[in-house]
Design a protein around this ligand. Structure first.
Ligand SMILES: [Zn+2]
Length: 215
């Protein structure tokens, strides 16, 4: 027997589309299963609407009118960004399937980790450079002081002032960027179902320890 449901922010799908997804229409798309078990999605927003998109094998989202899909098809309601809603087709049948959301969390976590490593390496390099210049300045100061003592001039002060001036203009290790990354991790690593913060382990295990949402 064919099966048909309307997907949208007022739709019949077995999961809720957050109100923040403003690009999603009341009746946004039609999901249809024919007698042979084939799955189809049809856009209901029309050519001037926000559109229904599916992700192709190259990872690009393509606007569709009607398209045969399968469980693994990624569907996006709206043209992208925070206003749109994206999910795996399987969620229409299995509403507690958060595979897409956990995939996304994985990618975000990996990106953040990579950025963190790069930033740490960069900061270490900067710190080393600053230490080197300060050391050079100190050695220079000591030798000039020695010269000053011998010659009785005030020459020893010059390199100290100079090295101080140079290090003031050097970029210091960027702790702010590190803090921003940690903050970003905190705000993005939340459960897709209950929205409570979840640990990196939970993301890798693909299950929320609180509400047991998994994907
Ligand atoms: Zn949860």
């Amino acid at each position: 027997m064919p099966y048909e449901i309307i997907i949208g922010n007022g739709g019949e799908q077995p999961f809720t589309i957050p109100g923040s997804c403003r690009a999603v229409s009341h009746n946004h798309a039609r999901f249809y299963v024919d007698d042979d078990g084939n799955w189809f999605i049809t856009d209901l927003t029309g050519p001037t609407g926000n559109g229904t998109f599916i992700r192709d094998s190259n990872g690009e989202f393509r606007r569709i009118n009607t398209k045969m899909i399968d469980r693994d098809t990624v569907i996006r309601l709206g043209s992208g960004g925070h206003n749109s809603f994206t999910f795996y087709a399987n969620r229409i049948i299995a509403p507690d399937d958060f595979t897409f959301e956990f995939d996304l969390l994985h990618r975000q976590l990996n990106d953040i980790r990579q950025e963190q490593l790069m930033l740490e390496a960069e900061n270490e390099k900067k710190a080393k450079r600053i230490r080197g210049i300060r050391l050079g300045g100190a050695v220079l100061t000591i030798s000039f002081i020695a010269v000053s003592l011998i010659t009785g001039s005030a020459l020893g002060v010059a390199p100290a002032v100079l090295s101080g001036a140079v290090s003031a203009f050097l970029p210091t290790p960027d702790q702010k960027k590190v803090k921003d990354l940690i903050e970003r991790k905190k705000t993005s690593m939340v459960c897709p179902k209950c929205f409570s913060p979840i640990s990196e382990t939970a993301v890798y295990n693909r299950v929320c320890p609180l509400c047991k949402a998994k994907g």
